[in-house]
Design a protein around this ligand. Structure first.
Ligand SMILES: [Zn+2]
Length: 315
């Protein structure tokens, strides 16, 4: 059975980097990491580790950012083809056939310890949370507009919570950012793959200019923006933009992601969006959240007004 699984995996992941058959452990180049680095034949790192006894996988480099972890079933669905799924179903043992409740796609709303920051409170946690947002130049209006809250107990204790809503207004994701500067883990987000959501999809006006940013704190100061939750756009958002964006799509990535921004520009511009894609070059060492924090709304508007096309010859 295990040889067959290995064969299926090799068929779409290529040559394994390491294989400990005694432990049922095998590693390959991660398709997501390789894609980000622009190496279609693998980045040579072998970060994607699979245990075919437990039927799970995880990328040691990008699982946090891109949700590259889960069941082998999910791995094959994402990166294999129909044939691989068929073959896998034939070799999979009975007890693995019942896939646990699909936690990969949906969350059950906000954590129960969520408290809105729009309601003034006297607790020190409330003040710490507000203080943190103030430092980032996020005022009461923005707190209301984005329904920003915080949690002083439970799994998201000590975190600002920024909810994301889907088209029906249902919560499809949220960001948990620590407001305690000594916290080791800055972000704690729900265990849903970021590949399967468009953050605050329900807030987007598709008939107006749309700004593409990296993170949620870049999204808050820019009206009609969508954070990619990383430097790479998921297929879902890409498809939605191509199909539904009626005006311009303006890419506003961090200064350290200029290459990613240009790649994204090229990709979008080669679709129906041709001629309607723009780019904003960020000052060195900055992201838009920094610009907002230091220069306020005016600074953001000024920077966004520099959006321009990339010369054909540079593409
Ligand atoms: Zn990876």
């Amino acid at each position: 059975m295990s040889e067959l699984i290995v064969e299926i995996l090799e068929d779409f992941l290529g040559k394994p980097k390491k294989h400990y058959s005694g432990k049922s452990q095998i590693s390959f180049d991660c398709p997501v990491c390789s894609d980000i680095k622009g190496c279609p034949d693998g980045d040579g790192k072998g970060n994607l580790e699979i245990n075919y006894h437990h039927h799970v996988y995880k990328c040691w480099a990008c699982s946090e950012t891109y949700g590259t972890h889960g069941t082998i079933n999910k791995l094959i669905r994402k990166y294999g083809n129909k044939n691989h799924i068929k073959q896998y179903k034939l070799v999979i043992p009975e007890d693995k056939k019942v896939v646990p409740k699909d936690v990969e796609h949906v969350i059950d709303g906000l954590p129960k310890e969520f408290n809105s920051l729009s309601i003034e409170r006297t607790s020190s946690d409330y003040h710490k949370a507000i203080e943190y947002l103030k430092k980032r130049n996020i005022n009461e209006d923005k707190i209301k507009e984005y329904n920003i809250g915080y949690s002083y107990s439970g799994d998201y204790k000590g975190r600002i919570i920024v909810p994301s809503i889907d088209e029906n207004g249902d919560i499809n994701y949220f960001l948990g950012r620590s407001y305690d500067k000594y916290s080791k883990m800055k972000y704690k987000n729900p265990e849903v793959s970021k590949m399967d959501i468009i953050f605050n999809e329900g807030k987007i006006n598709w008939d107006s200019n749309i700004y593409i940013v990296e993170g949620v704190f870049d999204h808050i100061p820019i009206p009609n923006s969508i954070p990619m939750l990383g430097k790479v756009m998921n297929d879902l958002l890409f498809k939605r933009l191509v199909e539904d964006a009626e005006c311009k799509v303006i890419i506003v990535l961090d200064s350290d992601a200029e290459k990613d921004a240009i790649n994204l520009y090229r990709k979008l511009n080669s679709t129906k969006l041709n001629g309607r894609v723009r780019i904003v070059y960020m000052p060195k060492g900055f992201d838009i959240a920094d610009v907002h924090q230091k220069l306020g709304e005016k600074g953001v508007v000024k920077l966004l007004s520099t959006a321009k096309k990339i010369k054909e010859s540079l593409l």
